[in-house]
Design a protein around this ligand. Structure first.
Ligand SMILES: Cc1cc2nc3c(=O)[nH]c(=O)nc-3n(C[C@H](O)[C@H](O)[C@H](O)COP(=O)(O)OP(=O)(O)OC[C@H]3O[C@@H](n4cnc5c(N)ncnc54)[C@H](O)[C@@H]3O)c2cc1C
Length: 466
């Protein structure tokens, strides 16, 4: 019997490190040393004699911004699934981050609102507040501390093959073009990865590319924080609005207390809406939001507001290709990059690393394409895509007055019932959060009992219990 996506997902969220065995690989090579690449390198360290990360940027463990990750100054939330997985593989990660100033917000210190109504208390997951460069640098420090992992500064430019399997990576360094001999390659080159073009140019099938317009406008601003983390009534928040949007078109807002005694705050608009372009605009827009936002933007702003536009969500399909090189996989944004308001990127990367671990622990036939890896990964990508692209498609269809089939209309109605009930019923909030935190598969929300309970809660609220 085929295993259900819910059961595959549950297993992947819980995969742990391999019990030490003799390495099955000699040199594994990871292209791209950002979050997805570092997590893949951590997994490979259990299976290869040595792991080499090829990264084109100068990277360090100091936590600065860098050109290869242009989104890194925007608010990044690490979902509980991502933190859980990182903690399992790099034990003590959360405490180390806290010791260096990151803020672990308790469930009581986290405020989530839908259309101005706070969510009912739902679950016990703490959220780690930190900037993205900080998180990446902490991961890098831990992964590069492993004795068999190292980094080469260089730009990967292509692959070499032997008998249908990848056998080398071409890359340019300060010394010109070099070849790194390898027996396993992980593409973690992010959203703009050229892997598809490389393999297609070398006579293999090109992975399918799917895009969905998202049209989001991000504006993130940094403010000094004078209240110590432990004294904050609220340390992080996410608010989501449905149209009509308040305060100059705010569709989503978020704020996190982060390292260095700062608040990092975010305003998001869709389409033509671009809220918070300057510090003054940002502060004015936050007047419309819950008190934590007004509190956060009160301190001095050490830099200007930074904006970021993302036109679309993208995914690449690697399953069912007739011809694809063996010993080659792709992870992170290189496979799927979503509308970022759902905060799924780093946690997806963590779950892709889980897929890699399960694949390598299963004694795979390495001289065939890594079909089993891509099958597992597709479950994770489908789950994240269902949440983000599903939400975007519903918003775009509503904005453009598109007639949708009856079945899709019913699914969207059911989801709206569940979302509305999260502000009324803690049990429903918990089920919903488990999906948005990537701890459970979205199909778990299709449970008829959950829908019945949500409809009943909404009806009672509407009729005042009559
Ligand atoms: C505005 C915005 C907000 C986001 N917010 C969140 C959030 O709240 N939570 C969350 O979890 N995720 C969020 N994300 C997604 C998150 O940034 C990514 O998922 C995360 O960075 C992991 O990506 P990655 O490691 O796959 O790729 P990237 O971080 O894009 O890194 C790719 C790496 O590959 C390197 N590289 C590229 N080409 C080459 C080459 N030829 N040779 C060598 N190296 C190369 C680059 O220098 C870079 O280091 C957000 C994204 C955006 C755009």
């Amino acid at each position: 019997m085929t295993e259900s996506p819910i059961s595959v997902f549950d297993r992947l969220v819980n995969v742990g490190p391999a019990t030490p065995a003799r390495p099955t690989l000699d040199t594994a090579c990871v292209l791209g040393g950002s979050v997805a690449g570092l997590l893949a390198a951590r997994v490979l360290a259990d299976h290869a004699r040595r792991v080499v990360i090829v990264e084109r940027d100068e990277t360090g463990t100091e936590g600065g911004s860098r050109p290869g990750v242009p989104q890194d100054q925007q608010v990044h939330s690490l979902l509980p699934a991502g933190r859980l997985w990182i903690e399992r593989w790099l034990p003590g990660f959360t405490q180390e981050a806290q010791d260096l100033g990151a803020v672990l917000a308790s469930p009581e210190q986290a405020l989530t609102c839908f259309d101005g109504h706070p969510q009912a208390p739902g679950g016990a997951h703490a959220l780690l507040g930190a900037s993205r460069p900080f998180l990446e640098s902490r991961l890098r420090a831990r992964v590069l501390a492993l004795s068999n992992v190292s980094t080469v500064r260089g730009r990967a430019t292509g692959l070499r093959y032997r008998d249908g399997a990848v056998s080398g990576v071409r890359h340019t360094t300060g010394r010109g073009e070099e070849i790194l001999e390898t027996d396993f390659v992980v593409d973690a080159m992010g959203r703009s990865s050229r892997l598809s073009e490389w393999v297609h140019g070398d006579g293999y099938d090109r992975p399918r590319l799917e895009r969905l317009r998202s049209g989001i406008n991000y504006a993130s601003a940094l403010f000094e924080r004078s209240t110590p983390a432990e004294d904050l009534l609220e340390a992080c928040s996410l608010v989501v609005y449905s149209p009509p949007y308040p305060g100059g078109g705010i569709g989503v807002a978020a704020v996190n207390a982060i390292e260095d005694d700062k608040w990092l705050a975010l305003l998001v608009g869709f389409g033509e809406d671009r809220p918070g372009g300057s510090v003054e605009d940002f502060r004015a827009a936050c007047e419309e939001l819950p008190p934590i936002y007004r509190e956060a933007v009160r301190g001095a702003a050490p830099r200007e507001v930074l904006t970021y536009h993302q036109a679309d969500s993208r995914r690449r399909g690697f399953t069912g290709l007739d011809r694809f090189p063996a010993r080659l996989v792709s992870v992170g944004d290189a496979v799927a990059s979503f509308n970022p308001v759902y905060g799924q990127g780093m946690s997806s990367a963590a779950l892709h690393a889980s897929c890699l671990s399960e694949f390598l622990q299963g004694d795979p036939r390495l001289d065939e394409q890594a079909a089993e890896f891509f099958r597992l990964q597709e479950v994770v990508v489908d789950a994240a895509w269902a949440v983000s692209a599903g939400g975007d498609a519903a918003r775009l269809d509503a904005e453009n007055g598109v007639e949708v089939p009856e079945e899709v209309r019913h699914q969207r109605w059911a989801l709206q019932q569940v979302i509305r009930a999260t502000v009324l019923d803690g049990g429903i909030a918990k089920a919903f959060n488990n999906v948005s935190f990537m701890l459970r598969h979205p199909f778990t929300l299709a449970d008829p009992h959950l829908l019945e309970r949500a409809v009943a809660a909404n009806r009672t609220a509407l009729t005042g219990g009559r």
